[in-house]
Design a protein around this ligand. Structure first.
Ligand code: 26V
Length: 835
């Protein structure tokens, strides 16, 4: 921890003065009571589901006191604290399962294990029944969940704010090698973790018009209102009595029934309000969702923002009595632009509802708001048609226009005569330029987020650097002091302690137990890395984890994989820039080489791919199908045997990751340089003793710098080379013509070797590779294959491999989300960052 962060954190509440640690007898009593309630009538055998609910209720009850104590302690801290209360606004939280985490935090695993055994069930069997809370698409949502864990652990006064989606990330099934989507009805059996807060309800308006009174004051008169009802999800710290809160909003109709319509017999009209309210919580939007039908998404964003800010203001007024210090006492963080309406809504609340003058309201807003960007992909930069704002949020649009007007006046003063600059940085895209020729006027949400923030950050060093050189270059010139980097991290509690008990125990024996709270203690592995006995013990743990995964692969897919083969894993959203296709091309090349030379000294490999494709993303779905086609052919070819297998595990999510990551030998992080903002899977793998094959991209770079590039299998063009190649005119065909191995791979796909002779199935995919290949797979293929050969060479020497794994782990201390949050506190959320 750096000195500044440590100073800031020293003023955090510690939780020491709170309740005594949870005694196992407390849990046993609470559990037995909850179980009796679950079973209603005594005597019958408890099902795993009943045990799960009973344990969850018991934990919740034990945590409730800690929750109340935490809130009381935070309320007492007042303005003296140098750390502001953080409000982390995010449309996504990928929490995964909660029971294992709660038991670990409370230190009650063994108590519950015994209680379950007494009821005739095992702990893992019961834990497996809990559905994942998958309220997120991918990295951005999982990062938010890791942050909540660190908020609790570090004792940071904070709230996570999100939406209580009825259906989370879709469930992925595979039929004939193709992805099919099914709704994720994760609350079908109720959600024992949430606590409804009946007293926390706010009205959120939509539509209508703006009225001006005699004195010129403007006020929004919405056409409709929804009620935002709070549900709290408690996130426990592991080493103190603190808990953090994830507050999720549920929309309800103000009047759930239109009685007049009901009495007329028009039941549809009678229920119309209810249907409109339900729509808000209906479903998590997929990250590829196009403009069509996205009005609901804007409503979701506005709903999250308004309810959260009203909640913040109510709490602040209760604690402070007035609003003057709101910006000094509270931080409002935007997890990407999805909650970027927040500054407009805060301004509206301060101006219209609380009668504040513009300048004061703006100064408070700028103090409070900060924004993290999570991707440079231009298609992910949110903009909304002005027309939609006029219909749904007319007062917010006025406020955004006023913010824009004042901002552009400043720009004109600073850069007189530069009309192009003014056009580029305006919060309103007027159309008439590349990307929006003749298009309609749109509100640029990232621009709003930047102009209204006192801090903007990227999520890894390279990404933050590219951010200020590319998409936000103009703003970085205008506000250089605003832009920072905060490299991502992951929570070692979930991703090492809980996911990998075998490795955790080995670490405890060799470096002590402190790594759970201070991940930099992993550095103590460095002097031990050359110890062959430790290396052997490490590989024995890895083998057990691989056996567990192999069992699962056999159970779910009917494929037998060799547990001593090299487990080569790529798990993440399926996206062209992440280049799962490059991975599959390498598998095909290896397959062809094995057939050509079966007696060579092959290092047996099991390639595991898992991930969901956005439902409308045709190319990503084609890649999933290709992986299945190639897997089917290879896995059933008797000439190959254990030398090579390719399996695709369906329905990737947090829980599947917790099974797969501890079993990996090799982690595939192979995005085109400059495209993956950070990656966090890369960190989870390295922490669990996998080596990385990766490009010079995102946080791979900082990982390599931390444990030495010689301990990572890096390959491929770096960002400048990618740019240079594109600038001179990249010709993918050229690489195919020059490389017989690559040609043979492409030919085999084109001929239909993996698609039962259907040469049309992958025509579009191959055409794109040969003619566009914007992610440079062809250019990086040869170097990737070479890097894979280096992987084989090292794996042949188990002692050297184990040493390298230990050195990787030793360098992972930096990549804890605790360190990340300490940096946010230091650079973004401390009162000091306000100047
Ligand atoms: C975009 C959209 C567009 C419209 C509807 C919903 C939606 C949801 C998500 C997104 C963009 C997601 C961006 C994202 O997940 N970025 C990932 O963030 C991780 C955490 O910082 C980072 O490690 C990954 O590299 C980055 O891809």
């Amino acid at each position: 921890m750096n000195a500044a962060a440590s100073r800031a954190l020293s003023t955090f509440p510690t939780g020491d003065a709170m309740t005594t640690p949870t005694a196992s007898s407390d849990l046993s009593v609470a559990f037995q009571l909850a179980l009796q309630r679950e079973l209603h009538v005594g005597g019958e055998a408890a099902s795993p589901q009943a045990l799960l609910r009973a344990a969850a209720h018991a934990c919740r009850e034990l945590l409730a006191q800690r929750w109340a104590d935490t809130q009381a302690e935070d309320a007492r801290r007042g303005l003296k604290a140098s750390v502001r209360r953080v409000h982390y606004l995010s449309m996504e939280f990928l929490m995964g399962r909660a029971l294992g985490n709660a038991l670990a935090a409370l230190g009650l695993e063994e108590t519950v294990r015994a209680a379950f055994t007494a009821e005739g069930h095992t702990l893992p069997d019961v834990l497996e029944r809990e559905p994942d809370a998958a309220l997120g698409n991918g990295g951005l949502g999982r990062l938010a969940a890791c942050f909540l864990d660190s908020f609790a652990e570090l004792g940071l006064p904070s709230f996570g704010y999100g939406l209580r989606y009825q259906y989370g990330m879709f469930a992925q099934g595979i039929q004939n090698g193709r992805q099919v989507e099914a709704p994720d009805d994760w609350m079908a059996q109720g959600n024992p973790w949430e606590v409804m807060r009946p007293e926390l309800r706010y009205l959120v308006g939509f539509g209508g018009h703006v009225e001006v009174d005699a004195g010129g004051a403007r006020r929004w008169v919405p056409a409709d209102h929804l009620v935002a009802q709070a549900y709290d999800f408690i996130v426990p710290a592991h080493h103190t009595q603190r808990v953090s809160t994830l507050r999720q909003w549920h929309a309800q109709a103000e009047a759930p029934i239109d009685f007049a319509a009901f009495c007329r017999g028009d039941h549809q009209a009678a229920a119309a309000h209810r249907v409109a309210a339900d729509a808000i919580n209906w479903v998590l939007y997929p990250d590829d969702s196009t403009d069509a039908g996205r009005q609901l998404r804007l409503k979701q964003e506005a709903f999250l923002v308004s309810a959260s800010l009203q909640d913040l203001i109510a709490r602040h007024l209760q604690e402070f009595g007035t609003l003057e210090q709101l910006g000094r006492a509270n931080a409002i963080h935007l997890n990407d632009t999805h909650p970027a309406l927040a500054p407009a809504e805060l301004m509206r609340l301060l101006l219209d509802e609380h009668g504040m003058a513009w300048d004061q309201a703006w100064s408070i807003t700028r103090q409070a708001v900060s924004y993290t960007n999570h991707t440079l992909m231009p298609e992910a930069l949110e903009t909304w048609p002005v027309r939609l704002f006029e219909a749904l949020l007319p007062r917010h649009l006025e406020i955004i226009y006023e913010i824009n007007h004042r901002f552009l006046e400043q720009v004109k003063q600073q850069y007189p005569g530069d009309g192009e600059l003014v056009r580029r940085v305006s919060l309103i895209d007027e159309g008439g330029h590349q990307g929006n020729w003749g298009g309609e006027r749109r509100v640029r949400m990232a621009s709003l987020a930047i102009v209204a923030s006192h801090r903007v950050n990227g999520v890894a060093a390279l990404h933050s650097d590219l951010m200020v050189k590319t998409i936000f270059a103009d703003y970085a010139r205008l506000f250089p002091e605003r832009f920072h980097n905060v490299t991502n991290g992951v929570t070692p509690r979930r991703w090492l302690q809980q996911a990998n008990p075998g490795l955790s125990a080995l670490l405890d024996r060799n470096i002590g137990i402190g790594w759970r709270q201070r991940l930099d203690e992993m550095g103590r592995l460095t002097p031990l890395a050359a110890d062959p006995a430790l290396g052997q013990a490490l590989m024995a743990v890895k083998r057990e984890n691989k056996q567990r995964l192999a069992d699962r692969i056999r159970r779910d897919l009917g494929v037998t994989v060799a547990v001593d083969s090299l487990f080569d894993v790529q798990i993440k959203r399926i996206h062209e820039y992440k280049r799962q296709l490059l991975n599959v091309l390498h598998v095909i090349a290896r397959y062809q080489a094995i057939i050509a030379n079966p007696t060579a000294d092959w290092v047996p490999r099991t390639v595991v791919i898992s991930g969901k494709a956005a439902s409308a993303y045709v190319m990503a779905k084609s890649i999933i199908q290709l992986a299945h086609d190639v897997g089917r052919v290879i896995n059933s070819d008797p000439r190959v045997g254990d030398r090579l297998k390719l399996v695709f595990l369906p329905n990737y999510g947090v829980s599947l990751a917790e099974l797969i990551i501890p079993a990996a030998d090799l982690s595939e992080q192979i995005s085109t340089a400059g495209t993956e903002a950070s990656g966090t899977g890369n960190m989870k793998f390295a922490l669990n003793g996998a080596l990385t094959i990766g490009t010079w991209d995102g946080a791979n770079i900082e990982m390599a710098e931390s444990f030495g590039e010689e301990h990572m299998f890096t390959f491929g063009l770096r960002t400048e080379a990618v740019e240079a190649l594109k600038a001179v005119g990249y010709e993918p065909r050229h690489y195919v013509e020059q490389n017989a191995q690559l040609r043979a791979v492409i030919d085999a796909i084109s001929r239909g070797d993996f698609s039962q002779g259907d040469s049309g199935r992958y025509r579009a995919l191959v055409d794109k590779l040969l003619n566009q290949d914007i992610y440079l797979l062809m250019a990086d293929f040869a170097d990737y294959v070479k890097a894979q050969e280096r992987v084989d060479d090292l794996f042949r020497d188990p002692v050297a491999w184990a040493r390298c794994v230990l050195l990787n782990m030793a360098g992972m201390g930096l990549f804890s989300s605790d360190r990340t949050i300490e940096e946010y506190v230091d650079r973004v959320w401390s009162a000091k960052s306000l100047g």
